[in-house]
Design a protein around this ligand. Structure first.
Ligand code: ADP
Length: 598
């Protein structure tokens, strides 16, 4: 329950809504309580009339009817105003919780996403927030009106005849006890079911995202099988849940009916005995009917409460996950200025320093050992290793995505741990193997690095990236929409847009992470032209798969099993017998074989 209170505290701005909804609930209940008294008055008048008291005749009855109508109209109005406020409040709450959740996700360290599937994260977000918002809406509207009705019914019936109130009071805790006993077991199944749904959604998202791979491996049936197995398991769980719930419902309702049987019996007997008038009897019967709804609602209230508790606990589990303390997502308003700060280091002076760096991913062994490396401003430096040697990890450390276990990384004199990440990110431009474009226009994609860029700046960047010509070849030019439902670009075209994006960013340090390794020779040449332009005057760190693309760098650093093996110029290392010369001769021999085959 404390987690729900935390939600309420976290959404303090909605307090006027809570108050408004509760006020409407009070007025709805109060107006509903008028009707039984009106009918009691009318009944007593009719009975008196038949018994010879003609002083209060037809005109009084008409007034009773008018009062009844007025109470019902008021009831409808208050009820609907409350409903309207509830809907608006609920949507505001969803929005507020979703935005916070998204903000939190953006601020979490990369290691969180290494462990969680995207679809699972999305499914959990939808489920938890829907359940929390539904509960709060129900609580503030239905539940508070029921609470008021119950208290009023207890007070009025107690005032007429106290044993009625005592019996009613007994019903509530017993019914609640019967319900909550059921729901403990029920909740365990619910958690099981949610885990299956979240896992199925995670897989669903992955499969749709990589539908091409699934199809080319002909794995549609297997994926469907996995997905349907997880979902089918939820049918079994729901069957167990529902069977148990409804069986217990029979017990609960049997108890309830016996109690109401006794209550009605008391009312009828006491009326025959003359203790109650006919009007009193009619009033009390109506009050008893009004009390049934809150009691039977206890079961779904308990159900909704528990779902909301589970939902809010899941919500806070994510919200309490320690954020990356230097994340740029922390609820800052507006966009970050991505203008790179001027570099302090003069050309030829040290700009990047890895100082005895050791690093391992969370809960795993070290993958980088004792990396000591100094890079000068303007230098072009390539990293070579076998796959899994630690090149990408080294770049991730430079970007401040992970902190080293020991040692330090400094960029332009600033230690990345505890440093200004915004400044760091503004100083690094990147081109990855996978161009990672978003759906939107080509211009928007190029401007992703600098949202305020002018059309002319975007075009200049594209010209340098050797992309302008093919972009203009599209019917809508720079405004062509790419992405899921838009234009399909080739690997080389996407990569040239990514290069244009990096050129526009104009950062002094550049990371090229296997930027051309997924391309064929022709596309590679086109992209390389852009990359050469991009690298002019920038400190460039290049991870290359094809060694031919790095023959012009100043130095090569080779890594073996996470350790630096050699550092030297391409000509030096080609002769040294280290990993670079090994890979070089391997690539040369395969190229020769390829040529022979042709
Ligand atoms: P390279 O870029 O040279 O291929 P990586 O830096 O990608 O090498 O990988 C170095 C090592 O770190 C490998 O053993 C790899 O399995 C491991 N590794 C890479 N990324 C992660 C990750 N997100 N979580 C755990 N281990 C990882």
């Amino acid at each position: 329950m404390s987690s729900i209170l935390r939600i309420l505290r976290a959404t303090k701005e909605l307090t006027p809504f809570y108050v408004g909804i509760m006020l409407c609930a009070i007025l709805t209940s109060a107006s509903a309580l008028i009707a039984p008294f009106v009918i009691k008055g009318a009944t007593d008048t009719v009975v008196a009339y038949h018994n010879g008291d003609q002083s209060r005749g037809l005109s009084v009855i008409v007034w009773f009817a008018v009062a009844y109508l007025a109470s019902q109209l008021l009831n409808t109005i208050f009820n609907n105003v409350g409903g309207y406020l509830g809907d608006v409040m609920s949507q505001r709450m969803r929005t507020s919780l979703s935005v916070r959740y998204f903000d939190k996700l953006l601020s979490l360290p990369l290691s969180y996403f290494d462990e969680e599937l995207t679809g699972t994260i999305i499914s959990r977000l939808n489920r938890t927030i829907t359940e929390i918002a539904r509960f709060i809406q129900m609580f503030s509207n239905t539940m508070s009106s029921m609470l008021i009705t119950t208290v009023a019914v207890l007070a009025i019936s107690g005032w007429y005849y106290w044993p009625l109130a005592v019996l009613l009071i007994i019903i509530f805790p017993v019914y609640l006890w019967l319900t909550s006993r059921t729901s403990v077991k029920w909740q365990v199944w619910e958690t099981e079911k949610n885990q299956d749904i979240d896992a199925a959604s995670g897989r669903f998202n992955e499969v749709i995202g990589q539908i091409r791979v699934v199809k080319s491996f002909g794995q549609e049936r297997r994926e469907l099988g996995l997905f349907s197995k997880l979902f089918h398991r939820t049918i079994g769980t729901t069957q167990k849940q529902s069977r148990y719930w409804h069986l217990m419902d029979i017990y609960r309702l049997a108890f309830l009916n016996i109690m109401f049987f006794v209550l009605y019996l008391i009312i009828f007997v006491r009326t025959i005995q003359g203790f109650f008038s006919i009007g009193d009897m009619v009033l009390l019967i109506q009050l008893m009917t009004m009390a049934v709804a809150p009691v039977t609602s206890l079961s779904w209230i308990v159900d909704a409460t528990q779902r909301a508790i589970a939902g809010s606990q899941d919500y806070f589990k994510v919200m309490e996950h320690p954020a990356d303390p230097r994340s740029l997502a922390i609820t800052a308003e507006g966009e970050h200025s991505q203008e790179p700060e001027p570099v302090k280091a003069a050309p030829g002076e040290e700009i990047i320093r890895f100082h005895n760096v050791t690093f391992g991913y969370e809960g795993e062994e070290d993958v980088l050992h004792d990396i000591d490396l100094s890079i000068k401003r303007g230098e072009k430096i390539a990293f070579v290793s076998e796959s899994g040697g630690g090149k990408s990890t080294l770049m991730a450390l430079l970007e401040g995505l992970y902190d080293p276990r020991t040692g330090s990384v400094t960029v332009d004199g600033m230690d990345i741990v505890g440093g200004d990440l915004e400044k760091l990110r503004s100083q690094i431009g990147m081109v990855f193997q996978d161009a990672s474009l978003f759906s939107g226009t080509i211009a928007e994609n190029i401007a992703y690095a600098r949202p305020g860029a002018t059309e002319d700046e975007i075009e200049q960047a594209a010209i340098k990236a050797n992309a302008d010509k093919f972009i203009r070849g599209f019917k809508d030019g720079y405004q062509s929409v790419i992405g899921e439902r838009g234009l399909k670009l080739s690997g080389g075209q996407k990569q040239r847009i990514a290069v244009a994006r990096a050129i526009l960013k104009d950062a002094p340090i550049l990371i090229l992470d296997e930027a051309t390794s997924a391309l064929d020779t022709k596309a590679e040449r086109a992209v390389q032209k852009g990359l050469d332009e991009l690298m002019v005057g920038r400190t460039s760190l290049i991870i290359a798969h094809r060694l031919s693309t790095i023959s012009a760098v100043d130095r090569i650093v080779t890594l073996r099993n996470g350790k630096i093996e050699e550092i030297g110029s391409p000509t030096e290392l080609a002769q040294s017998g280290g990993i670079y010369s090994e890979l070089l001769s391997l690539q040369n021999s395969s190229t020769k074989q390829d040529k022979k085959r042709l």
